[in-house]
Design a protein around this ligand. Structure first.
Ligand code: HAM
Length: 420
């Protein structure tokens, strides 16, 4: 019997994991400076949360959810995204009583039953951030700038930030009507999905990927021409903050997003190096969702980064910085092995990464392993060294070598050891 992983569900292994960890630790460090605290919500939630949050007529809810009945016959769903569960938690735990604004971030797997392809998986990881309690565009700017800072910190400064506003409960119906009038003329020529969207959510026709639909919708009314006074001012203020901080963005009136909860600002960070699945991160404002979940009126905004896509870009651009031990302790014979073990442990206690040869194989094969691990120094202990209380050392990078008393190992290499 041969087992294999499920389609669209990847194993994440060394050395790639080093890039994941670097991104996660840069995100933690940066989010802390912006006052975002970590939140961990369950992977499994009641199905209603996603139907209500993401919207019944969205691709995610209609086709992509991992939904099943648990042993108590309750319908549960493996979270396809993090915003709806965080809002569920916010309302359930009354987090609005905490000092405002309430800012949270999360990392973890999401599940969508999509057709797997490059950059699209059935289990994928997001780093997400959500901020509650501020309606002003300064919060929109803070989110976009924080995301931008993170991408820059990890060395991705050549991405595009696409920006749009899709209005609010006041102006959206007027825009919807204008779209229905426009699409209605040639409805029969659109793809079956778009014909369905015409009934359920005509805004989604704007980002249909079918070429014929893209051609047909040329000249469609732009949402930004239909914004009410409040939405228009909000959008302009946001742009002027981004301009004053020299944050590059492009306006994209077709950026309507695939989740129904958005109001006003939407944004997506894209890369041309990713093929069809070009969004690395995406988000927007969702000022009505907390109320829809039974909470008090609470404006909110957030984003989520797609880790697999970001890691793929980083790998292509910078390669992998494979972590390597500082020391490899090669030993010959049982007693030398014990001494080697003692030295290795003492180095580790000082915060230094040290590996040992376990004395079992020949010196040559132990040193081959040290090379393969990328160790910087080999310390060699045989019978003679043991008797003299000394070790041989070899710099595996520049091939320098010498001898040092066992008692001096840490002090001699102190300058060269970086206990990070
Ligand atoms: P989303 O656009 O559905 O938004 O997903 C955010 C990011 O997750 C995408 O830009 C993409 O990088 C990644 N992603 C989505 N689906 C897949 C997949 N099947 N395989 C690999 N990566 C994928 C949200 O999830 C919202 N919750 C974002 C948000 C937070 N809005 C407000 N707050």
């Amino acid at each position: 019997m041969k087992y294999s992983g499920l389609k669209g569900m990847e194993d994440i292994l060394p050395p790639d994991i080093a890039i994941w960890q670097a991104v996660e630790s840069a995100a933690r460090d940066l989010f802390r400076r912006y006052g975002f605290q970590e939140i961990r919500v369950p992977i499994l939630e009641s199905t209603d949360i996603f139907i209500r949050g993401i919207g019944e007529a969205t691709d995610i809810v209609e086709k992509e959810m991992y939904t099943f009945a648990d042993k108590g016959s309750r319908s549960v769903t493996m979270r396809p995204e993090g915003t709806a569960p965080v809002v569920r938690c916010f309302v359930e735990k009354g987090l609005q009583t905490q000092p405002s604004p309430q800012k949270y971030f999360y990392t973890g797997p999401m599940f969508r039953y999509e057709r797997p392809q490059k950059g699209r998986f059935r289990q994928f990881y997001q780093i997400g951030a959500e901020a509650f309690g501020v309606a002003r565009p300064t919060m929109d700017a803070e989110m976009i700038i924080m995301l931008n800072n993170l991408l820059e910190t990890i060395g991705m400064s050549d991405l595009n930030c696409e920006l749009n506003s899709i209005g609010c409960a006041e102006c959206r119906p007027v825009y919807r009507k204008a779209l229905l009038d426009f699409f209605g003329d040639k409805l029969a020529e659109y793809c079956p999905d778009c014909q369905r969207r015409y009934e359920t959510n005509p805004l989604r026709i704007l980002d249909c990927k079918v070429e014929r639909c893209a051609a047909l919708r040329q000249g469609a009314p732009a949402v930004t021409d239909y914004l009410c006074e409040d939405c228009r001012t909000h959008f302009h203020e946001l742009q002027s903050i981004l301009d004053s901080f020299k944050v590059p963005y492009t306006l994209n009136p077709n950026l309507v997003r695939g989740l129904d909860y958005y109001t006003k600002t939407t944004f997506e960070v894209t890369s041309e190096h990713l093929g069809a699945q070009k969004a690395v991160a995406a988000g927007g404002r969702y000022d009505r969702l907390v109320e829809e979940f039974g909470g008090p009126e609470t404006p909110a905004i957030g984003f989520a980064i797609g880790m697999e896509r970001l890691v793929a870009l980083l790998k292509e651009k910078k390669g992998i910085d494979v972590p390597a031990p500082k020391f490899f302790i090669a030993t010959l014979g049982r007693e030398a092995d014990m001494e080697g073990f003692r030295i290795t442990e003492s180095l580790r206690r000082q915060g230094i990464w040290a590996e040992q040869g376990y004395g079992g194989s020949s010196l040559k094969s132990q040193l081959r392993r040290a090379d393969r691990l990328g160790a910087e120094f080999a310390l060699i202990i045989g019978e003679n060294e043991l008797k003299a209380g000394r070790v041989q050392w070899k710099n595996l990078k520049n091939k320098e070598q010498g001898e040092v008393a066992v008692s001096d190992v840490t002090s001699v290499f102190q300058d060269q050891t970086d206990p990070s």
